[in-house]
Design a protein around this ligand. Structure first.
Ligand code: HEC
Length: 400
């Protein structure tokens, strides 16, 4: 019953997290798009202090959007702020971290072959990393580095790769990925909370007081712009990390941290093309290079081929395959799992019969032969030789 209810909790929190994330990133994509499509307004609008003009049709109505150079002559009674989308994404993300990883299945996080730590230590490392990276980022954005956008960008990338590498040494690949995601997400929300919103508040206050907003407000606005640029480049990588838990081919690789760093770099680089194009600078070579880098990565991390016979020429017998599966898989992947954490077979996959193994051949190869994702956290201590044997059996017993 407990496992059943915690499954529901995980479902509801995850659902909410995705909804909040869609609302946040959706609004953020929309405003980036809006800013980039504002056109010069007609003279009479300029007289009103409007610097950007845009017309759109959506949901059966026509919208007229005006962006003021500074502010309208009179502030409206109601001004909409966009911040709860970000905050609720962070809160639900942290809740999900607890529900799925810290309290749900420590097997997603702890890999005894990397570090045989208690769940308490794992939580301290996870949350500690998030806090430390955030503190470094906040210190840097208050330092002179903030005046050099490119150097800041490279430093940020280096720090994230370092965190990625470090987490990968301690946690399972999947656990490391999700923590890199949590680090990035926390930085992005801090950018809203500690930089963008305070800068907007200072602007609104200055306008209400009347007169020129002054140098302090201008500096805050400059830093807010920098934070918002970082968020813009981090969006694609964080979305990738959110869905990465379905792809052991990424995090299950023995250099999974480098795989993540490469994809993160390629995604941010591709984003750069769109940012430039929005400013009417067209540099298609960026996309070509991004595609070539992706193809290189796909080639570089391809799993080694498995041959159908062992080195001694023996074909792996059904008995051997059955024994491997009963030792390493069936505790969880059974119609009635004996593992206490599972009420029903995880991912709906069970191996009570050998024929069921063959029917999931491709997936099984990915998670237990080409990568070490299964058995989860290698709880049963499956050896490389057993993985090879399983791979060989799968080749000789492919379903028609
Ligand atoms: C400790 C419990 C446990 C053991 C032991 C275990 N698994 Fe899993 N398995 C899981 C969980 C949990 C999931 C769902 C993971 C997810 O959602 O990414 C899963 C998912 C899978 C999937 C689906 C993956 C996907 O991406 O859809 C396959 C295939 C699989 N396991 C195969 C195996 C094989 C083969 C073994 C034995 C060599 C094994 N598992 C041992 C818990 C276990």
């Amino acid at each position: 019953m407990e496992a059943y209810l915690s499954e529901w909790l995980s479902l509801l929190v995850r659902w909410f997290h995705v909804i909040a994330g869609v609302a946040w990133i959706g609004a953020s994509f929309y405003f980036v798009w809006l800013d980039n499509h504002l056109r010069e307004p007609p003279e009479w609008k300029k007289q009103e202090g409007i610097k950007g003009d845009l017309w759109a049709i959506h949901g059966g109505g026509i919208y007229e959007i005006a962006k003021y150079k500074l502010s309208p002559k009179e502030m409206p009674n109601e001004l909409h702020w966009f911040k709860w989308e970000a905050y609720s994404t962070l809160l639900s993300g942290l809740a999900l971290l607890f529900v799925v990883y810290y309290m749900g299945s420590p097997g997603y996080l702890i890999d005894p072959s990397k570090a045989d730590i208690s769940i308490g230590t794992a939580i301290a490392i996870g949350l500690g990393t998030i806090a430390v990276v955030l503190a470094i980022y906040e210190a840097l954005i208050r330092s002179p580095l903030a005046d050099n956008g490119k150097a800041f960008g490279l430093t940020l990338f280096a720090i994230l790769v370092l965190a990625d590498w470090g987490l990968f040494q301690v946690f399972t690949g999947r656990g490391a990925y999700i923590h890199v995601g949590a680090v990035i997400g926390t930085i992005m929300v801090a950018n809203v909370f500690l930089g963008i919103v305070p800068s907007q508040r200072a602007l609104v206050n200055a306008i209400e007081k009347g007169g020129d907003p002054g140098a302090r407000v201008a500096r805050l606005a400059m830093l807010a712009k920098l934070r918002s640029t970082h968020n813009n480049y981090l969006t694609l990588p964080i979305l990738l990390i959110m869905i990465s838990n379905h792809y052991p081919l990424l995090y299950g690789h023995s250099y999974g941290w480098a795989v993540l760093a490469s994809i993160g770099f390629i995604a941010a680089f591709a984003r750069h093309y769109f940012n430039l194009r929005h400013r009417d600078i067209n540099q298609p070579w960026i996309l070509v290079v991004a595609a070539l880098l992706t193809a290189t990565l796909i080639w570089a991390i391809a799993p080694a081929p498995v041959t159908s016979v062992a080195a001694d020429g023996q074909v792996v017998s059904d008995e051997t395959a059955s024994a491997i599966i009963s030792t390493h898989c069936v505790a969880c992947h059974s119609n009635a799992p004996s593992h206490p954490a599972f009420q029903s077979p995880p991912a709906g996959i069970m191996f009570d019969e050998l024929s069921l193994l063959a029917s999931h051949a491709d997936k099984v190869r990915q998670v237990a032969v080409d990568s070490h994702y299964m058995p989860l956290g290698n709880v049963t201590g499956m050896t490389d030789e057993e993985r090879q044997q399983l791979g060989q059996w799968l080749i000789t017993n492919q379903p028609e």
